[in-house]
Design a protein. Structure first.
Length: 566
């Protein structure tokens, strides 16, 4: 195509009726103060959306507007333009044809960028307009660091040589020499994990190699396999960062440290465990800059949302969130705290560990080695005149009884418990030795939850259920209708067909009938009353609802439901 013309963006938007002349004047004044581009100022001032801005440019230049969210990028095509130049010129190669490339640009009127891209790519360019936010997200997704990780691993292998290296030798190595390849390797691993939205990093020594895996949306993906001889150096460096005992390799250790990845603070929780071939390391990544979800963004069905919200705003009582490890319990509790966090309330949390730092909330970290246990901190917390108390987990009878007593005596208590479903929760408390009357009086509501993967909207396509899926739908809900979708797999979801996760919920409200049943010595009486009270607010029904709405797949709903059929 011909070289694009230079346009005055403000005049263009006014002429097309996208913004008013008054909005342009305000935007120009703000641009003069901040020095930022006019387009960015107008978007941040809510005068125009990013899509509206790009579409206006596309109309003026008579070029297509491409939504990258729904465009299946081919890595081999994108990589024709090196990452540094792509980020500098805000450009992405979309398609390749003989002698010609289709390039998406956030600012297709940037003449200097156009000339430089033509020089670098050595082909004629056909431009398309794309939004800057989708462009930046595509950079993070496509320009993977796998090659760099393998390169740094090889560099470290060369530094260590063929002779096995002990911890003591590595510790005595001069800073900036043997340590440098380890630092570069781990820095790149952390950056890649953040880019891929990984929640955990697994570093696992095997007999012949060191495997690094990322957990993304609850599923592990192999990132790279490297020489096993670098395992000791990697583990040593991580132990030093977390302040763990580097001389002890025979027992598990836990710790945490903080790093910055692309100017975002990341809190790392680390766990080491001795295995047959060396120490295995798992790191949970908590992005402190990502922000906590509000309760309205958890994805609860409206009826459950209203009742949970009403329950946590009561002046006293206990609300328990249950489910296995990794089911999103902490996210739900923190969303509830965010809702309750007002100047009129004093909130104290007792956690192990403190996962996110919350403003204006008194958070206490349990420390078993110095006898700073849940029950001891909880007793002290009650003397601090709190309105709301969050207990990270009801781990034992003493903690549960203190929490129940606090709920009875005028405090709102939020906590978690590891049970399979809502009905099993009061029974579990009784099994722990909590008096029956306490459970009946204190417990207001039990919310049980799981996480299911969400269909990738970039590659979602209609799905015709298989005979087995139709049979499951018929058995579970008595019907087979719905808007069923399935992800075909694309670069946006790393070929999995899923991107992100959402909650699946069931709720047991301790109504008068359920409380009466809880006071009966026969557990079956309570189970029957609780099951009747649950009605259709069950985990299976909520998972089926998401599948019918096209939010998740039938396969994913069946996988979650099968947990209760064993």
């Amino acid at each position: 195509m011909a070289r694009p013309e230079k346009l005055r963006l403000g005049e263009l938007l006014v002429r097309q009726g996208v913004i008013t002349g008054e909005q342009l004047e305000l935007g120009l004044a703000q641009q003069k103060k901040s020095g930022r581009k006019l387009g960015r100022v107008l978007v941040e001032s809510d005068f125009v959306t990013e899509d509206g801005l790009s579409q206006a440019l596309a109309r003026q230049l008579n070029i297509p507007f491409v939504q990258l969210k729904f465009f299946d990028l081919k890595p081999e095509v994108v990589l024709l333009l090196p990452e540094a130049q792509a980020r500098r010129f805000r450009a992405l190669v979309l398609e390749a044809a003989p002698g010609k490339l289709r390039v998406g640009m956030a600012d297709p009127t940037d003449l200097f960028a156009y000339d430089e891209l033509t020089r670098i790519l050595k082909r004629d360019l056909d431009l398309a307009a794309v939004t800057e936010s989708e462009l930046l997200a595509s950079f993070d997704r496509i320009y993977r660091r796998t090659g760099e990780i393998k390169g740094f691993a090889k560099e470290l292998t060369a530094e260590l040589g063929d002779v096995p290296v002990e911890f003591g030798e590595l510790l005595g190595a001069p800073s900036g020499q043997e340590e440098a390849p380890v630092v570069k390797l781990l820095q790149t691993v952390f950056e890649e994990a953040v880019r891929m939205r990984a929640s955990d990093i697994h570093i696992e020594p095997q007999e012949q190699y060191l495997r690094i895996r990322f957990r993304i949306d609850g599923v592990l993906h192999v990132q790279t396999d490297s020489e096993v001889k670098i395992a000791n150096a990697v583990v040593l460096r991580l132990k030093l960062m977390a302040g763990l005992d580097i001389s002890e390799k025979r027992v598990p250790q836990d710790g945490r440290f903080n790093i910055k990845v692309r100017n975002a603070p990341i809190d790392i929780r680390i766990s080491t465990m001795p295995t047959q071939h060396g120490e295995s390391v798992v790191m949970r990544m908590l992005n402190q800059a990502s922000g906590l979800l509000g309760m309205d963004r958890l994805g609860m069905p409206p009826k459950i949302f209203d009742r949970v919200r009403n329950a946590i705003h009561r002046p006293h009582g206990m609300v328990l969130v249950t489910g296995p490890t990794g089911s999103g319990k902490t996210t739900t509790l923190y969303a509830a705290l965010t809702e309750l966090n007002t100047p009129e309330r004093k909130i104290i949390t007792v956690e192990d560990p403190v996962e996110y730092r919350l403003p204006n909330i008194n958070q206490v970290q349990v420390h078993e080695k110095i006898d700073l246990t849940f029950d001891r901190v909880l007793r002290s917390a009650l003397r601090q005149d709190p309105d709301v108390i969050l207990v990270g987990e009801m781990r034992d009878q003493a903690t549960a009884e203190i929490g129940m007593r606090a709920a009875i005596t005028g405090h709102m208590v939020l906590s978690t418990l590891h049970t399979n479903d809502a009905v099993a929760t009061p029974i579990r408390l009784l099994d722990m030795g909590v008096p029956r009357y306490m459970v009946a009086m204190a417990l207001q509501l039990v919310l049980s939850q799981r996480l299911v993967r969400v269909v990738c909207e970039s590659c979602a396509q209609p799905h015709r259920p298989s005979p087995q899926e139709l049979e499951w739908l018929h058995v579970e809900t008595g019907g087979e209708e719905g808007t069923f979708l399935r992800g075909a797999g694309c670069t946006h979801c790393n070929g999995t067909g899923y991107q992100g996760r959402t909650g699946v919920y069931e709720m047991l409200e301790m109504t008068h009938a359920v409380v009466e049943a809880a006071n009966q010595p026969d557990v079956n009486v309570f189970v029957q009353a609780a099951t009747r009270q649950l009605g259709r607010f069950t985990l299976k029904n909520d998972a089926t609802r998401l599948a019918r709405e096209g939010r998740t797949t039938i396969e994913e709903a069946m996988r979650m439901s099968n947990e209760f059929d064993d």
